[in-house]
Design a protein around this ligand. Structure first.
Ligand SMILES: Cc1ncc(COP(=O)(O)O)c(C=O)c1O
Length: 431
């Protein structure tokens, strides 16, 4: 039997050993057996062929069709920060779904306004205003349009943006262009050519790139998809100062870092800078699709009626879920607990750097961590972990990303570290 680390994962019925197979209930699964084949035939192939199929989740555990629990240290790409099947979020969704699902933004509903008020409060921005979108890309689209509106009010040519190399901001055309990864641009070139990219670690280059034609600098505090690379305070301060000097907006993309992922509610709150605009998505509703663009100061009132909109923005069900997420994080002291868990995980990863093959370093913040490898074997390590019922991902050829739920237990961290150590050894043996 494949090793699952020999311990326990928090599941719906207490603790269960990762990978401890349960028989599939009779009659269930025959249709699912060929699910990856059906997916390959009918879904556009934007992602690689899926490696596993999950039917249920509880806490840190994802259960496959055979009933095996897998330790989810990826959280659906940084989304399920409260774990799977969080009771309060589930209840909020069920209640709101039974009450009112959709009205459009021609009308106002309590969950959206209450969520905007909560977001303003946790940011400490008295004059904040929120635009609700569906996901990270559409939250960033809104932020880019806010910046253009704000810039063009000063001068018609003030529409350029500065972003960082290695960044990721989404896949729509505007956010793709902001994304500092040329390989992702190529299949869709030519793009509009309105973004200047500078190295992610060069404050002088950033200062030099910002001009009077710049309407915004857009950056992440930790580049998630770019390989879990923290951006230095020097770069952040250079961005803030350059924006102030040229009356441009500083937009911080908190799509992956927000909602406690790196420690505070938002990653910028642990840095010396305060942005004009942030975007958040992924973990905001713990798995329901939502995005938000939040601005304060002059940027908050840049949009006028008719400038922007979206049918589903501020949907009552997704907003009810997000309200439950924020309430649960506050009432259960989850941010403080997650910082403690982060320390344990970092210490464990540092021990691997001392002892395990390939492990070279640890980077990231909070529970958005990258294990640096001294060879481009991250994909092999990811597969070896998968065989040991641990879900992590190769975010760069030589970096494995770990992003467990903020609610992860000490025991689950130890199990994951054991599975990761075994996986590194297995990959080393195979080389
Ligand atoms: C920092 C950042 N911005 C934007 C996005 C795009 O978000 P979405 O996939 O929800 O459109 C991502 C997705 O990984 C992200 O990590």
């Amino acid at each position: 039997m494949r090793s699952g680390g020999g311990g326990a994962v928090s599941g719906s019925s207490g603790t269960v050993a990762p990978g401890a197979g349960h028989d599939r209930p009779a009659g269930l699964g025959s249709r699912n057996e060929n699910l990856t084949g059906r997916a390959a035939e009918r879904l556009m192939s934007t992602y690689p062929v899926p490696k596993a199929e999950f039917v249920r989740g509880k806490g840190t555990a994802l259960f496959d069709v055979d009933g095996n629990p897998h330790l989810d240290f990826l959280c659906g790409l940084g989304v399920t920060n409260l774990g799977h099947g969080h009771a309060a979020v589930t209840a909020a969704v069920a209640e709101q779904a039974a009450t009112l699902v959709h009205t459009s933004n021609l009308f106002v509903t309590e969950p959206a306004v209450a969520l905007a008020e909560r977001l303003a409060r946790i940011l400490g921005w008295d004059d904040a205003r929120v635009f609700f979108a569906q996901d990270g890309a559409t939250a960033n689209e809104a932020a880019i349009k806010v910046a253009r509106r704000h810039g063009k009010a000063q001068h018609p040519d003030k529409v350029r943006m500065v972003a960082l190399e290695g960044s990721f901001h989404g896949r729509t055309l505007a956010t793709l262009e902001a994304t500092g990864q040329p390989a992702k641009h190529e299949p869709f070139a030519p793009l509009a050519g309105y973004v200047d990219h500078v190295p992610y670690d060069d404050p002088d280059a950033l200062r030099a790139a910002v001009t009077d034609q710049t309407c915004a600098v857009l950056l992440e505090v930790v580049q998630g998809e770019g390989g879990v690379r923290p951006v230095s305070d020097e770069v952040l301060v250079a961005a803030r100062e350059a924006c102030d000097a040229h009356r441009a907006l500083l937009i911080v993309d908190e799509v992956q870092t927000g909602i406690g992922r790196t420690g505070p509610w938002f990653a910028f709150q642990d840095t010396p800078v305060v942005p004009d605009v942030i975007t958040v998505a992924k973990a905001l509703a713990n798995g329901l699709p939502i995005g938000a663009c939040i601005a304060h100061g002059p940027a908050a009132t840049a949009f006028q009626p008719g400038d922007h909109g979206t049918t589903f923005g501020g949907n009552p069900v997704t907003c009810a879920a997000a309200n439950a997420v924020i309430d649960a994080i506050e009432s259960d002291g989850i941010l403080a607990a997650a910082r403690t868990r982060s320390r344990r995980l970092v210490e464990g990863l540092e021990a691997l750097v001392d002892d395990a093959p390939f492990a070279r370093g640890v980077r990231g913040r909070g529970l958005l961590l990258g294990l640096e490898l001294d060879a481009p074997v991250a994909a092999e390590v990811e597969s070896a972990c998968r065989e040991r019922f641990l879900i992590v991902n190769a975010v760069a050829p030589d970096v494995v990303r770990l992003a467990p739920p903020l609610t992860v237990t000490r025991q689950e961290i130890d199990l994951a570290l054991a599975a990761l150590a075994e996986s590194l050894s297995a990959v080393a043996e195979a080389h």
